[in-house]
Design a protein around this ligand. Sequence first.
Ligand SMILES: [Zn+2]
Length: 148
Amino acid sequence: MNASLLVKQIPHLFNPIIFVTLRKIIFLKKLIMAELPPCPKCKSIYTYESGPLLSCPECGHEWNAEEEPVEEQVLDEGLVVKDSLGNILKDGDTVVVIKDLPVKGFQKSIKAGTKVKNIRLTYGDHNIDCKVDEFGAMALKSEFVKKA
Ligand SMILES: [Zn+2]
């Protein structure tokens, strides 16, 4: 390769204007991603707007942003989380842990009888998001708690 050509290319690659523009795009993308709902099909958070529709880059699903809140509500109604006694739990409830629960990365367990306030229900195996004193943010299984 011609040495003088190499010298010419370097200033172009490190052009500060390009860097500023790139940073701006990343910043704007973060802003947009924070406001758009996740893909209803694959739950991707990289949703972007394409005209009047929202688009998912991961599964290619396109949907109308106006209809999305309705779909989300239906999903939420489908989420039923019951405690160890069969009581239906809801967001904001206080629960009590019914058995000692070992926690990865901690020497100690969450002790039976620990009160956990302001739970948030989620899908999945560990279906309660919460904060436990001395442990921080945790995901618990509803079968190991009872409604306070
Ligand atoms: Zn998707």
